[in-house]
Design a protein around this ligand. Structure first.
Ligand code: 6LW
Length: 507
């Protein structure tokens, strides 16, 4: 039996929403404080996904005002749908403007400028009747539905209070589906952490009345010892063969109790059947899952190395809040990415950082940096108060740890002027159950982050420093994102010849 590996999109890619047009699937995820916003993925088999762009890749589309914006704010959960020959995305920018709609003929973009909607709450969804009537479900909290004009962004009727789950906290992430003679309302409840769940109700009309499924929640891994946790915030899609599938978020916590998620909430895929009474039966989410029938369409692996020879930055490169003109260039030094500081520290919003999501528990990131007379380096970032930096400048290399209120340079070494190879390795920690003789020093995981000058595989190579990874986890930093590993400048201009990221064989 053919199987696929979950997550189907690893690293912080939460709140997935999907639609199918013919044989093509398109999926978007939330992206919070990062620019460009709302990554768009394409697949032909629901298993192999390639990022084809970002919905909001023009500064005017994505107001994240500073001061004011902060980590894990910005863009919350989106919904993508195809209707009337157009792709529609409805979403919430909680840092500027609220709910809005953008459209595109081609999901690779360009997408339109936002049409802002006078609608409270988050997690907006779009669904149409055959006659073109458009319904928008959202959560205030408490699921509500309005009838809207999606072109003008006008609320025409409502809101109607609807069904808000089985009583678990935070009913959210509503999606409406017209299936046969019923309207189904799929929601998340229980909160996006370990209590997360998916529940469903149905009605003959979006105006209700709604009845919940007898088996609700139809999916929850809460309280189980399954490796995938926090499963919820789901969206349904049919395959061309009529089978039903669900994309959803989940986490893979590691380390000693309570377990730490460092990759954030990722995108998973599971299968859905329908019982005799017309209710969905959702399969538990496994790391290895029976695959959809039909042809497989693998996508080329992302190139491990970016030599910055292309005229534009690849869509996977993201920057906190903004990437202002003048802060980065691919032409000032041909074949190099030059970064110019827009702020003196990574500890406050408003700095120059270009990074990518960490997508593997065990991985290695390296870059060739010419600090020139500037200051910059590689950083593993959760947010402004939780990051580890391998920094070059003022004739030395140093490792700096920022954890909450604490900031410390944990290693430094003089270096000659000129380019330097910086490497960060992330290795899962073997958990040793606490024991009296090891009291206080036993590795509790989930991983160890090591910082190197040069190639770690060189004979007798020694890391400059090794730091505990759990301080760069959601459980410590809080929030909705995961680790991002990137290049930065905090003084003057520095240049990167290449950036190399590979999954490493797990310990
Ligand atoms: C998302 C909402 C949620 O919009 O968090 O916890 C928000 N649940 O559904 C960000 O992921």
């Amino acid at each position: 039996m053919r199987t696929y590996d979950n997550p189907v999109i690893s690293g912080f890619h939460p709140d997935p929403s999907v639609c199918r047009v013919g044989d093509d699937y398109y999926l978007v995820c939330s992206s919070f404080e990062y620019f460009p916003g709302l990554p768009v993925f394409h697949s032909k088999d629901l298993v192999h996904w390639r990022q084809i762009g970002n919905v909001l890749d023009r500064p005017g589309q994505l107001p994240l005002p500073l001061p004011g914006s902060m980590a894990s704010r910005g863009l919350y959960a989106p919904t993508i749908r195809h209707h009337d020959g157009l792709f529609w995305v409805i979403n919430t920018n909680v840092s500027g403007g609220g709910n809005y709609i953008v459209t595109a003929e081609n999901p690779e973009g360009p997408w339109s400028d936002p049409v802002w909607i006078d609608l409270p709450g988050i997690d907006p969804d779009l669904a149409w009747e055959e006659d073109g009537t458009c319904w928008c479900a959202f959560t205030v909290p408490g699921i509500h539905i309005v009838r809207i004009d999606p072109v003008k962004g006008e609320v025409l009727e409502g809101p109607f209070p609807t069904w808000s789950g089985t009583g678990l906290k935070w009913p959210e992430a509503p999606h409406l589906y017209r299936i046969g003679d019923w309207w189904y309302l799929l929601i998340a409840e229980g909160g996006t952490e370990r209590g997360h769940a998916v529940s469903v109700a149905r009605a003959r009309s979006p105006r209700g009345p709604w009845e919940g499924a007898p088996a609700n929640p139809v999916l929850s891994h809460s309280g189980t010892d399954r490796p995938v946790q926090s499963t919820g915030h789901a969206d349904l899609v049919t395959a061309p063969d009529g089978t039903w599938w669900m994309v959803l978020l989940g986490t893979r916590p590691r380390g000693y109790t309570p377990g730490f998620q460092v990759l954030g909430r990722e995108t998973f895929l599971t299968s859905v059947e329908w019982d005799g009474n017309g209710w969905p039966v959702v399969a538990p989410v496994h790391e290895r899952h029976p695959a959809p029938a039909g042809a497989w369409h693998p996508v080329p692996a992302l190139p491990a190395r970016d030599d910055f020879d292309a005229p534009v930055l690849a869509p996977l490169w993201i920057s906190p809040y903004a990437r202002p003109d003048g802060s980065w260039s691919l032409t000032d030094r041909t074949g190099w990415l030059t970064l110019t500081a827009t702020g003196p520290t990574l500890d406050r919003p408003g700095h120059t950082f270009v990074g990518r999501r960490q997508q593997h528990h065990d991985c290695r990131a390296a870059a060739l940096l010419d600090p020139g007379t500037g200051r910059g380096g590689l950083s593993v970032r959760m947010d402004e108060a939780h990051h580890y930096d391998l920094e070059a400048g003022e004739g030395e290399i140093r490792v700096v740890a920022r954890i909450g209120p604490l900031r410390q340079t944990v290693a430094r070494r003089p270096v000659p002027p000129g380019p330097l190879t910086l490497t960060v390795t992330v290795r899962t920690t073997e958990i040793v159950p606490p024991s009296p003789e090891l009291a206080g020093i036993e590795p509790l995981g989930p991983d160890t982050i090591a910082f190197w000058l040069g190639d770690p595989d060189a004979p007798d190579a020694q890391p400059l420093a090794e730091l505990e990874g759990r301080y760069l986890s959601t459980e410590v930093a809080t929030g909705f994102t995961g680790r991002v590993i990137g290049m930065y400048a905090t003084d003057g201009t520095v240049a990167f010849d290449w950036f190399h990221y590979v999954p490493a064989p797990s310990a």
